[in-house]
Write a protein that binds this ligand. Structure first.
Ligand code: UAG
Ligand code: ATP
Ligand code: API
Ligand code: MG
Length: 493
């Protein structure tokens, strides 16, 4: 079979001097360039991709997409080559549009969700609702692609070439409905600008990623890009209006003329949570839609899961399903892996949950939301990741001290940093805590502390299956360690 090629015109690109080229593929990394490729030389955080144009040309790239700065950096090499040169104001966005045209197909319905917490949960519940309604669907994000099509992913929101390749593969495999996570990095770098969205949701906003975004406002602006730029005017915005900055998001969506579905406990919300009753295995949720009351049983732990479920319901309704059918499917939803997941139970009835809260706001809300399900004390085991936002460490400590009864600080992917120093920074926020570096031992100690009616929350790693120390990844699974600890302490092994 002849390799597929497309002209620059077919890819929506215009080269300097009107030069044409037949492109055989796209790459963003010079090391992956093959003859005939279009190489996107993007301005980076460490280096400008234009530094690598010489290598791309040596590999016989047919076209180079870059910005003015990039064209200047590689001026000499470009002048000596007959590759087409495309200069774009925003080459990342240009690459996103190009990738969409290159791969052509996307599932019929694609929705996206952004917010500091809840993206994976909302995307997963959205997919679960679609599946319950008989749609072939998948969700795409932190845990890879799950549902009626599965594949691993290295990033929550992959760069455009990978993203559009997997969207095409999903569509070809028969997936008609997809829900994707829009990370703030992904939005900031325009990774999903070429995706045709029917609807988008905003969950909440709190501290995260200040190692990447210059400040809080920049971080918010990145998220706002989903409504200000990516979601088209005829799309629907699903917005949590309990979130203080939800109002701002609402104004942005309204300004674009998008249809709105608001979610929250605020009586003005379209999908409005009116009451929740918690017990050991889940919650009964009362909510209204268009002022009509509904009652559903959710086998989910944590009050915030109701927010996530209703955001998912909003997305599914926005994408065209009948509201009554959507509400009828909610009782079928199952816990998202590593999100307030019941991992083990002691003989004395005490429970152990694994949760992916690895930021101050998420840790606080995980602990607060566990409280009404628990009669006794809450023990928490957690740490903070190395080579990530350092500002969040003492804040996570404070959240643990405020909302748990017993606090154990341990390691969570120290990466290249000294684990003891990370723990010390966390402990600044919770000086009374016990420090146990080894995570397995910390979990064992946490489980050992459980009296009847108590619960242990093991926070930070959720679905992860490894502990990253230096360059090494050691197999480690919080849920598995919890079972092992319970079995050992209850005399089963
Ligand atoms: C911080 C960040 O987001 N970096 C992304 C960014 O790379 P960069 O600008 O830092 O790259 P750089 O090293 O300065 O290099 C500049 C350019 O030269 C190219 N290059 C580099 C070397 C070479 O030999 N040849 C070559 O062509 C690079 O591909 C790049 O395009 O642009 C690259 C191309 O689009 C991305 O692959 C890269 O994501 C990296 C891999 C990454 O780890 N990103 C993480 C932080 C991320 O995106 N995480 C979010 C969510 C996290 C969360 O919610 O917790 C995610 O969506 O996963
Ligand atoms: N709506 C919510 N409000 C507050 N906290 C939440 C909410 N949803 C989830 N959380 C907390 O955040 C953690 C991560 O949830 P989830 O994986 O759904 O979010 P995410 O936005 O995808 O996170 P990440 O950016 O790390 O991928 C959960 O384990 C839970 O503790
Ligand atoms: N996507 C996030 C996950 C962090 C999870 C936590 N376990 C850690 O390693 O800090 C990151 O890479 O920053
Ligand atoms: Mg996620």
């Amino acid at each position: 079979m002849a390799a597929e090629t497309k002209s620059l015109g077919e890819l929506g690109l215009r080269a300097q001097g009107g030069r044409e080229a037949q492109v055989t593929g796209l790459s963003v990394d010079s090391r992956l360039v093959r003859p005939g490729h279009l190489f996107a030389a993007l301005p980076g955080t460490k280096v400008h991709g234009a530094e690598f144009i010489q290598y791309a040309l040596r590999m016989e790239a047919a076209a180079i997409l870059t910005d003015r700065e990039g064209a200047e950096i590689a001026k000499a090499e470009l002048a000596a080559s007959d590759a087409a040169l495309i200069i774009a104001e925003d080459p990342r966005q240009a690459l996103a549009y190009t990738a969409a045209l290159w791969f052509e197909r996307q599932p019929e319905v694609v929705v996206a969700v952004t917010g500091t917490s809840g993206k994976t949960s909302v995307a997963t519940f959205t997919r679960q609702i679609w599946q319950a309604l008989g749609r072939t669907s998948a969700n795409l994000g932190t845990m890879g692609i799950l549902g009626d099509y599965t594949a691993p992913l290295a990033h929550t929101t992959p760069e455009p070439i990978t993203l559009h390749r997997v969207l095409r593969d999903m569509a070809d495999a028969g997936v008609t409905h997809a829900a994707m996570e829009a990370s703030s990095h992904g939005l900031d770098q325009g990774r999903l600008d070429g995706v045709r969205l029917s609807a988008a949701a905003f969950t909440n906003f709190s501290q995260d990623h200040l190692d990447y975004h210059a400040n809080f406002d920049d971080y918010f602006a990145a998220k706002a890009g989903l409504f200000a730029r990516v979601l088209p005017e005829d799309g629907t915005a699903v917005i949590n209006i309990d979130e203080p900055r939800g109002r701002e998001m609402l104004e942005i969506a309204r300004g674009r003329g998008q249809r709105l579905i608001t979610v929250g406990r605020n009586p003005a919300a379209d999908l409005c949570i009116t009451s929740q009753r918690f017990d050991a295995t889940g919650q009964d949720l009362r909510f209204t839609y268009d002022a009509k009351p509904h009652l559903v049983r959710l086998a989910l732990i944590g009050g915030f899961q109701a927010d996530n479920v209703l955001a998912a319901a909003g997305l599914v309704i926005a994408a065209g399903e009948a509201p009554e059918a959507v509400f009828g499917a909610l009782h079928t939803l199952v816990t998202v892996r590593g999100r307030m997941e019941l991992a083990a139970k002691r003989d004395n009835g005490a429970t152990v949950f694994v949760d992916y809260s690895h930021k101050p706001g998420a840790l606080a809300s995980a602990l607060q939301s566990l409280r009404p399900h628990v009669m006794g004390r809450i023990v928490v085991v957690f740490g903070a990741g190395g080579d990530r936002d350092r500002l969040k460490r003492p804040l996570m400590g404070e959240a643990a001290a405020e909302f748990a009864d017993v606090v154990i600080v341990t390691d969570d992917n120290p990466r290249s940093e000294d684990p003891g120093s990370i723990r010390a920074e966390v402990m600044r926020g919770c000086p009374e805590a016990t420090e146990v570096g080894d995570r397995a031992e910390a979990i064992l100690r946490g489980v050992d502390a459980l009296q009847p009616g108590d619960a242990l929350l093991i926070a930070g790693k959720g679905h992860e299956t490894g502990q990253i120390v230096g360059q090494d990844v050691y197999p480690f699974d919080d849920a598995e360690q919890a079972s092992v600890a319970v079995a050992a302490l209850d005399g089963k092994i």
